[in-house]
Every structure is written in structure tokens, then in C-alpha cells.
Design a protein around this ligand. Structure first.
Ligand code: DOR
Ligand code: ZN
Length: 360
């Protein structure tokens, strides 16, 4: 008999873009209604590069509307060629900086100030290793001679594998993995290496984006790959690998910025994230693994307690709205969520009281 109701410990989002200003105000509640904590990405314009930037951004998130959900942002610093190791130490010791994010320069949205060559930040990485500050990686090379569909696999070979060897104590999360190569590399790798997986990379593959007309709202980076890669991601999350956990990479852009001559990369999935993961886990016959993926493995990897509260999901069909209003301003007034207009079988019914022990 299929489940009608699912009660899991309240999950966390280990990779999230909250943006700033009107967009932050508009999107935060979609995350806070579900997730207790989120690792907040620092690719604002200008990026979050100092402890002062991170603390101020944390305050703005604290002040933005959350729709009633208790929510803790975990802040990251954006690494540049000029990052000072002292700044990281200061932020980490002060409890402001949770982790640092490596964007290879020009790999994605607002990454112009990213790292041009990993050798430029060896001193920074050594300091992170010594302090045990996790390094969160956008794992794609940007060399012109590398095909966009190969950027992740080439990054693993050229940059990540040597990095792990050179820094044997460094904790690394390879974010939003998209390929079988990444799945194999992480699962065969050491205990200090983990990966996050998005709802869209579990649900979609490149034919969905390009096979039946071009679908700009499915464009993200790393770009969707062939179906066999999506299937490798599905298999590893269904298997319940403890170092592969939830990170939505929810990344809102105004509709005008997505449907443009040069459209932005990013999928706004916060309004449907847990519902989408539940749908995929059910399709895989792995609903009993959802709680570990969403609520346990990430916390364990980061050495944090799991959340006390629970999240209640119920089988109740609902249709995802076509757009979310984000007010006026430069971003064009509205964002279109992942799975807009589609009907999902799972719905988040709310947050439940603290639970003792496993709830599934
Ligand atoms: O698709 C993406 N959007 N990938 C990223 O790495 C960044 C994100 C964004 O900030 O828009
Ligand atoms: Zn991201």
C-alpha cells in the first residue's frame, strides 16, 4: 500500500541562492516554509567577500519575511584570487562564516570575480584545511576548448582530484553534481568528500531542455546532461549514500532575464523542492530513503545536530503556480518556478512538533 502521509525530520537545504533586496524578500518564505537551515551562496553583485559582507547579508536575511518558519542561514564567503586567509579565519572563529565557495572565474552567474586559477588560492585552502572550514565547489572548468557538457568531468580530473591529494585534510562538497563521473568520484572518494544533488538534475535531462523546443527555464549550470547521467544520480540517492545529500541550488532570476538573448542560468525550485524530491523518491520506490537524504546526511557531514521539528508531507495533488511576483525593480517583476503549471502528487502540509528518534 502506498503511503498517504510522510513525516520526516525537518530538512535543510545545503545549497541555496537567496539573492538580495526585493528578490530576497519575495523568495525567502518559499524556503523557510520547509527548510530549517540553508547554506546561502555568496554570488551576489557585488559578491560576499568579507566577514562584514557576510554578517550584513545574514542580517538582511534575518530581517526578510519568512512566512512564520524558523530559519537559520549558514553563511559562505566567495573566494577570489585576492582572498586573505586571515579573513576566513576571522569569520570562522567569529561564527559568521560556515564555509567558503569556490567559483571558477566565469563559470556561472556572478562569477566574474571568481578564482582564475586554483594555484592563486593555495594559501587560502591551506588555512581552510587547518581550520577545518569546508570548501564548497562549483565543479566546472571554463576553458574554451572544453565542451559545456564536459565541464564537470574535466574539472574532476584536472582540478578536484589533485586538490584532494594536495590537501589531505580538506573537507570538500562538490555542489550540484550532474554526471556519472561525479557520482563515481564522490562515492569512491574519502569520507571528507561529499556532494549535493538538486531536484532538477534528478527529474530532468537535456532532452527536456532542448529536445522539444528550447526551454530556458530548465537552463542551469552545470547544464542538464544525458539521461544516463540523471539515472546515475537517481541510483545513488535511492541507494542512500551518506555523503550524497540535498542541496536545491534554487536560483531565481526574473522571467525577462531567463527569456533573453543571453539567458541567465538558474532554476527557481524553492516553492516545489521537497515536493519534487518526494515525487522522485517515490518513482524510485525509495520514499523510505528521503528522510536520510533530506534531513540527516548533510547535518552528519557538517557535524551539526539534526533538526528537532518534523515536516509533514501528504499525498494531495496540487498545481505549481506559473509565476511568483517579486515586485518591481530591475529583475522584471516575476519569477517562474521549476515545474510551473505541472501537477505534483505530494504537498507540504506543514511543520510538526519536535520528534524523538526516527520518525519514518
Ligand atoms: O544555474 C545556476 N544558477 N548555477 C549556478 O551555479 C549559479 C546559479 C545562480 O546563481 O543563478
Ligand atoms: Zn548554486
Amino acid at each position: 500500500m502506498s503511503e498517504e502521509r510522510l513525516v520526516i525530520r525537518r530538512p535543510d537545504d545545503w545549497h541555496l541562492h537567496l539573492r538580495d533586496g526585493a528578490m530576497l524578500e519575495a523568495v525567502l518564505a518559499a524556503t523557510a516554509r520547509v527548510f530549517a537551515r540553508a547554506v546561502v551562496m555568496p554570488n551576489l553583485a557585488p559578491p560576499v567577500v568579507t566577514v562584514r559582507d557576510a554578517a550584513a547579508y545574514r542580517n538582511r536575511i534575518g530581517a526578510a519575511p519568512k512566512g512564520g518558519g524558523r530559519f537559520t542561514p549558514l553563511m559562505t564567503l566567495y573566494l577570489t584570487d585576492d582572498t586573505d586567509p586571515e579573513e576566513i579565519a576571522k569569520g570562522y572563529n567569529a561564527g559568521v562564516v560556515f564555509a567558503c565557495k569556490l567559483y571558477p572565474q566565469n563559470a556561472t552567474t556572478n562569477s566574474q570575480s571568481g578564482v582564475s586559477d586554483i594555484d592563486r588560492i593555495r594559501g587560502v585552502i591551506a588555512r581552510m584545511e587547518a581550520l577545518d572550514v569546508p570548501l564548497l565547489i562549483h565543479g566546472e572548468v571554463t576553458d574554451d576548448d572544453v565542451d559545456v557538457f564536459d565541464r564537470e568531468a574535466v574539472f574532476i580530473e584536472r582540478v578536484l582530484a589533485p586538490l584532494l591529494q594536495d590537501f589531505p585534510g580538506l573537507r570538500v562538497v562538490l555542489e550540484h553534481i550532474t554526471t556519472k563521473e561525479a557520482v563515481d568520484f564522490v562515492t569512491e572518494g574519502p569520507a571528507r568528500l561529499a556532494a549535493t544533488v538538486t531536484p532538477h538534475h534528478l527529474m530532468a535531462e537535456r532532452n527536456d531542455m532542448l529536445g522539444y523546443g528550447i526551454r530556458p527555464h530548465l537552463f542551469c549550470l552545470p547544464v542538464l546532461k544525458r539521461a544516463r547521467h540523471r539515472d546515475a544520480l537517481r541510483r545513488i540517492v535511492a541507494a542512500g549514500h551518506p555523503r550524497v545529500f540535498l542541496g536545491t541550488d534554487s536560483a531565481p532570476h526574473g522571467i525577462g532575464d531567463k527569456q533573453a538573448l543571453c539567458g541567465c542560468a538558474g532554476i527557481f525550485n524553492a516553492p516545489v523542492a521537497m515536493e519534487a524530491y518526494a515525487t522522485v523518491f517515490e518513482e524510485m520506490g525509495a520514499l523510505d530513503r528521503l528522510e536520510n537524504f533530506a534531513s540527516h546526511f548533510g547535518a552528519e557531514f557538517y557535524g551539526l545536530p539534526v533538526n528537532e521539528e518534523t515536516l509533514i508531507l501528504e499525498r494531495a495533488p496540487w498545481t505549481v503556480p506559473e509565476s511568483l511576483d517579486v515586485g518591481g525593480g530591475a529583475n522584471g517583476g516575476a519569477v517562474r518556478p521549476f515545474l510551473a503549471g505541472e501537477t505534483l502528487n505530494w504537498r507540504v502540509a506543514g511543520i510538526g512538533p519536535p520528534s524523538k528518534g526516527p520518525v519514518l
